[in-house]
Design a protein around this ligand. Structure first.
Ligand code: DP6
Length: 337
């Protein structure tokens, strides 16, 4: 459905951290993941994106944190705008302005919050009236993890059945109710540098060459079933154990890729040792890592300060912040803009 009311819209979306990871696509063109994933949306480091249609402009203009986007970053946004234009049956170029609350280069710049905000603002600006499921499916085309940031709290992204159009239709995220579970996530930014290998090419290499990938992807289904039972119970130990083993398994698949993809640094391993010491001291704390060296530690909110101290001791000089469950992506109202 198409509406013509707005030609400019601003959306805010938060990053999410997967407890059951997505690592591998079965359709790169349509951005369809190999397996289901499940995440917690955070209440920190939002992305704010404004999309403004500019009928007179010669081309799209894309600004990231105040500077013109270049190379692949620009190409991914322009490709997404092309998809919006195709869906809306419109041709106007757009001016896209994206701001990340994460300090530039903090190592937590998120394509999840970025494409969730772009999908929401872009659909509104181009007059596409889409429900949350359709917006999630759309955001997935920008970055699979973005499908989950449309929702607050916990969200599952379905891999969906089949191939082609059926796979595209069947792959979207939806919320997972867990009202009793409101953990803290202590984030250790151990290395602010840009990653040597993009997650996109690293996951392609893993799927293509790692003998461990198929086994790990199969284990994700069992992890997911256990996690879905543990979440509504608010069982931090069960959730944490599943999340930690799932993340370590994902990194094992990368280490077995040819050539190996290794995101974990000495500081990562120090923090992981710190997490083990916390557990030995009776503090429930569990680690997860994405396509980079930073570590996120799941714990009870009452233990967050102690966990943050342990992380700082383990990796002196690292930046630490504590997140909780955050909200889903939303459009800013006229009054807020
Ligand atoms: C390790 O969603 O950033 O964070 O779909 O190619 O854009 P693309 O990749 P992206 O990969 C996220 C991988 C992960 C795990 C996860 O968030 O599920």
């Amino acid at each position: 459905m198409r509406t013509d009311r707005h030609t400019s819209a601003t959306a805010v979306a938060h990053p999410n951290i997967a407890l059951i990871k997505y690592w591998g696509k079965r359709d790169e063109q349509l951005m369809v993941p190999c397996a289901d994933s499940l995440s917690m949306t955070l209440d920190v480091l939002p992305t704010t994106t404004t999309v403004h249609l500019a009928p007179e402009a010669p081309a799209d203009s894309v600004t990231l944190d105040g500077s013109p986007a270049r190379g692949e970053a620009r190409q991914r946004v322009v490709g997404f705008l092309d998809l919006l234009r195709e869906r809306a049956g419109r041709a106007e170029p757009a001016v896209v302005d994206t701001r990340n609350a994460a300090p530039t280069g903090a190592g937590l710049a998120s394509s999840a919050s970025g494409f969730a905000a772009l999908a929401l603002a872009g659909a509104a600006a181009y007059g596409l009236a889409l429900d949350r499921t359709a917006l999630s499916r759309l955001a997935r085309r920008g970055s699979v993890s973005a499908a989950r940031s449309l929702f607050g709290g916990f969200a599952i992204c379905h891999a969906g059945p089949g191939s082609g159009e059926a796979a595209d239709l069947g792959s979207y995220a939806e919320p997972v109710a867990a009202p009793a579970f409101d953990p803290a996530l202590v984030i250790a930014l151990v290395d602010p540098g840009a990653k040597a290998v993009s997650s996109r090419s690293a996951m392609r290499r893993t799927v293509d060459t790692s003998p461990l990938h198929r086994a790990w992807a199969a284990s994700c289904a069992a992890d997911l079933a256990e996690l879905r039972a543990a979440l509504p119970r608010g069982d931090l130990d069960a959730v944490g154990e599943i999340a930690e083993r799932n993340a370590l398994g994902m990194h094992a698949t990368m280490l077995a890729a040819r050539p190996a993809v290794r995101y974990l640094s000495p500081a990562t391993v120090s923090v992981l040792d710190g997490v083990l010491r916390l557990r030995a001291d009776g503090v429930p704390a569990y680690a997860t890592m994405d396509a980079g060296p930073n570590v996120k530690v799941l714990c009870h909110p009452a233990d967050a300060a102690r966990v943050a101290d342990a992380v700082r001791d383990a990796a002196p000089g690292c930046t630490v912040l504590t997140a909780r469950r955050g909200p889903g992506a939303r459009l800013r109202t006229e009054a807020e803009r």
